[in-house]
Design a protein around this ligand. Sequence first.
Ligand code: NDP
Ligand code: MG
Length: 396
Amino acid sequence: MSRPQQITVLGATGSIGLSTLDVIARHPERYQVFALSGFTRLSELLALCIRHVPQFAVVPEVAAARGLQDDLRAAGLPTRVLVGEEGLCQVASAPEVDAVMAAIVGAAGLRPTLAAVEAGKKILLANKEALVMSGALFMQAVHKSGSVLLPIDSEHNAIFQCMPQDFARGLSAVGVRRILLTASGGPFRQTPMSELAHVSPDQACAHPNWSMGRKISVDSASMMNKGLELIEACWLFDAKPAQVEVVIHPQSVIHSLVDYVDGSVLAQLGNPDMRTPIANALAWPERIDSGVAPLDLFAVARLDFEAPDEERFPCLRLARQAAEAGNSAPAMLNAANEVAVAAFLDARVGYLEIASIIEDVLNLEPVVALEDLDAVFTADAKARILAEQWLSRHGR
Ligand code: NDP
Ligand code: MG
């Protein structure tokens, strides 16, 4: 039997990170944890290091690193602590590493994920924001290094499973007409419009089907998550925005579908548990147990579908417009959204203002071409400044 694969988990203390470690722990003969990273939940990171004994742990700053290193030494562990973005890039690209789970939330994940891509690693991509911000450059780097890019987002993993193996030849070449991207509609699908101005962060984070980190939970409530996923699908599957249709499917049992020219529509189904796409990507092209219970179709009983309402979900419209504009528009959309969602989670703005902030930012700044990574971060920074200016203009 060959040696276990060495896995780096970026964002180990988060929802996806923990699900990944759950799957890995079920298969010690196949996988070993090479490195783990955390950001604020450092006592959880220590517990994960004790459980998985990685060679490296990464934390954001020096004082935290010293504290964690002392605790690890006291626990008799050999784990070495690295610091900051440089440490993240190091564990993402180290020669011993076979695969990198990119599960840091937001723009902060871009550089470490790209470091893994450039080093030719197998990439398990959960951090959709990285691809949304820098799609063209990211995909160029994937093609250049020969890195294998496997989607973790449940919809994109479903689409990946329903596509023919040679889909990189182009959707029309392989007979695909449309991608049908399913969305649960989140907690506010049926909330009276008059109540939306007053919904709280906790209400927004109470997703009906999925348990996730707080930022993506708010994105799911506003359907910005689906907008980001539309852009993500365009890059992963070389699709035009018009080839991706969003379908609300409240049960979250069908994770997405692919519509072929002969009228066949292939879907991937399963319980809403991220360990399924994680196990799929970890073992691809093989299959392994994920710990997810078998789907009970009799308990599901029915599958419903409806069209999204762009008046209720303006973020979806804004994301589609950004997808069509391309260039710097998706990076600006993403950055403005990150600022707006953080302000909403801090109770500085109301739920409906999330879309207002993003729309204002996109209207204020012209779309420019993104030649390199510096241009991506410049667009990101501009959008953050404009969003912060919106907040101060409105006294928040
Ligand atoms: P969480 O908020 O649960 O976890 C985020 C992780 O990133 C944590 O480990 C956190 O550390 C770390 N982190 C946060 N900010 C920074 C930073 N500035 N620098 C370095 N590390 C940081 O999020 P999720 O696990 O829910 O989501 C992770 C990614 O996966 C997101 O991009 C999301 O869109 C995507 N995704 C998630 C799904 C889900 O079901 N959860 C489904 C599909 C995609 P700490 O906790 O220690 O602060
Ligand atoms: Mg998703």
